[in-house]
Ligand binder design. Structure first.
Ligand SMILES: C[S@@+](CC[C@H](N)C(=O)[O-])C[C@H]1O[C@@H](n2cnc3c(N)ncnc32)[C@H](O)[C@@H]1O
Length: 312
């Protein structure tokens, strides 16, 4: 079966909020750094007619393939690049999208990635342990799970999953090697770890940690945030949807730092940095999906949206 024929629909999160905060209008030029299955991009293209354009980026070539089939009627206003968004500025320059009116980042994994048997992102499926966004990357979850030292594994689970039981889970993993499938890894954790919250699978944080580590998601996010300010025109907006505290903290701290007049260390009595704010924070507190949206799309329940405007 071809990817485009798969009946997997990603429900884009907080679409009305994104259109409102990015102030999507006719003729606007927008960059979707996390194209996925093109749910947000399609809404932006619809809201920016006539003349609006979107540059869609995704590290995953399968996402690019699916989004092209979904956007067949928008070909003249949509261009895609199969790359990591840590190269955002280079990509925007190459595709002549500087300055842009708005940039969107909807972080993490898509329904397509979670549902494909081949990708290994879901603990519900018997998939080979892969978890790479791009097949060009070398490191797979299989290599981490089956060849990393116990202490390295524990550090990954703690640092990228905020897993309190990191040491115990790392030990269990090492004792049960070789582990071939994602469902097998989840089962081993479930069998050996005391379940404290029956609503959440005990392997959730382990899977999150492995995925973040393998795809270097946090450093890619930091790099792209820095570059976004050189791409937005004055008055342009950046909207970021994050799904866990590690991502949200990076976004929040970056927005705070770049919206301040002074970034000197607290022990400096007189400002020496001459820092000027490059952005204004639009959402003082993160925006969450409505209860209706959460009821109809469970994946949206942990989403947090933060938005800034470029002012300098
Ligand atoms: C939550 S999904 C986006 C869904 C999309 N907004 C939609 O409406 O269909 C996240 C997508 O971002 C991609 N992605 C995550 N991190 C990336 C990175 N550093 N560079 C490029 N793409 C990335 C993933 O491959 C995935 O397809």
């Amino acid at each position: 079966m071809l990817l485009k024929d798969l009946d997997i629909q990603h429900n884009p999160v907080m679409v009305p909020e994104i259109l409102k905060y990015l102030e999507v209008t006719s003729g606007g030029r927008y960059i979707d750094c996390t194209l996925g299955e093109a749910g947000h991009t399609k809404s932006i293209l619809d809201a920016s007619t006539p003349g609006g354009e979107v540059l869609g980026i995704d590290a995953d070539h399968e996402a690019i393939e699916v989004s092209h089939s979904r956007l067949i009627d928008y070909q003249e206003r949509f261009v895609s690049v199969n790359d990591n968004f840590r190269n955002l500025k280079k990509i925007a320059m190459r595709k002549d999208f500087i300055p842009s009116h708005g940039i969107l980042m909807d972080l993490g994994v898509s329904s397509l990635q979670l549902n494909l048997e081949t990708r290994g992102f879901s603990f519900m499926r018997k998939s080979p342990l892969d978890m790479r966004f791009s097949f060009n990357q070398k490191l797979t979850a299989d290599q981490v799970v089956n060849s990393f030292q116990e202490n390295e594994l524990a550090d990954i689970l703690y640092n990228f999953g905020e897993e309190r039981r990191a040491r115990k889970i790392a030990k269990i993993i090492v004792q049960n090697r070789p582990i071939k499938y994602s469902s097998e890894l989840a089962e081993i954790i479930k069998k050996n770890i005391k379940v404290t919250n029956f609503k959440i699978n005990p392997a959730t944080k382990t899977f999150q940690a492995l995925r973040i580590y393998i795809n270097e998601e946090l450093s890619a996010l930091s790099d792209a945030l820095e570059q976004s300010l050189d791409i937005l025109g004055i008055g342009g907006k950046l909207a970021v949807i994050s799904y866990h505290s590690l991502e949200d903290r990076i976004v929040k701290n970056f927005f705070r730092k770049e919206s301040k007049y002074c970034i000197c260390l607290p022990n400096v009595s007189k400002c020496e940095c001459n820092h000027e704010p490059k952005l204004k924070i639009i959402t003082k507190k993160p925006i969450s999906p409505s209860s209706n949206e959460i009821a109809s799309n469970r994946r949206s329940r942990s989403a947090k949206l933060r938005v800034i405007e470029r002012i300098l």
